[in-house]
Design a protein around this ligand. Sequence first.
Ligand code: NDP
Ligand code: OXD
Length: 309
Amino acid sequence: MALLFHSKIKRNDWWREELSKKVPGLEVRFYPDIGDPDDIEFALCFAMPHGVLGKLKNLKAVFSLGAGVDHIFEDPDYPRHVPIARVVDPELTDRMSEYVLQHVLNHHRYQHLYDEQQRKQVWKEKHAPAARNRKVGILGLGALGTGSAETLRKMNFDVAGWSRSPKSIDGVTTFHGPKQLDAFLARTEILVCLLPLTDETTGILNKDLFQKLPEGAALINPGRGPHLNEQELIDALDSGHLSAATLDVFHTEPLPAESPLWNHPRVRVTPHVASIASPGRVTELAAKNIELARAGKPLLNQVDPDKGY
Ligand code: NDP
Ligand code: OXD
């Protein structure tokens, strides 16, 4: 029996060696070299081309190469009865918390403004409030949102978060559900999106939401590109309602050369690198989950297909 692997990053020999070390006897095949589809028991993938998973009759489990699973659920032919597991890992959380802290600090200390002033050789101070008086809001209080909130708390930021179900996190003001979203937004000066991409969250970062943020608020989006209406962000920046944005994810990746986001003076672009799951940890989780799936047990970090994350 075999595992089918698909990733945009090609390091096939490394993945084969690691997986064979951790699961003796496992044959690793690399898409598109599927061979006999009936041999495939497992898939380890990010953005497998649509239609492939649905053709694997003996598939026992699908493992995402990352924390997000939207790339699996968006395949209209993905086999709903097959369990899906995602990556939850302290190192992945730490890496995301670093990214969030780095960019919250940039917005908190008006770095975009000083970058612009430097280009024009302008010497002009703008004093930032103390961190305890800076209100940061995190959309999504899962593994990554909670880790990021805790990191920001250590720096004394005034942190709030919004999730689907109620949460209690030391030192963090929590909101949940659609009815509490407006109150959460009204107090948020730096907004971080760490939601999963689902039908409910697609397009959530739009002009109506921006209007509910205080004037001069900033946005950080390491969630998913389709959370954001890119044109409505540009409009909100150009009108001055939003001050700046940091974007790690986009509707189309790589970000197309003609995108106005590349050269917008108050947009900082990073190439989907906020937090990348360590391959060593991914193979470790896959090995454990292969054992569990073969024993007919629930997987580690198994996702709920009804919730979509
Ligand atoms: P989790 O599943 O652990 O957390 C998701 C959070 O979002 C939960 O708190 C959940 O609420 C909340 N949520 C989901 N739907 C809604 C909704 N409709 N309304 C309100 N809250 C909602 O995910 P992770 O923290 O592990 O990851 C989050 C996302 O980060 C990933 O899905 C991926 O898109 C992105 N990511 C980006 C990376 C990058 O490099 N740019 C790297 C890794 C991940 P509840 O707790 O109540 O269920
Ligand atoms: C992930 C990602 O979902 O890298 O892990 O985007």
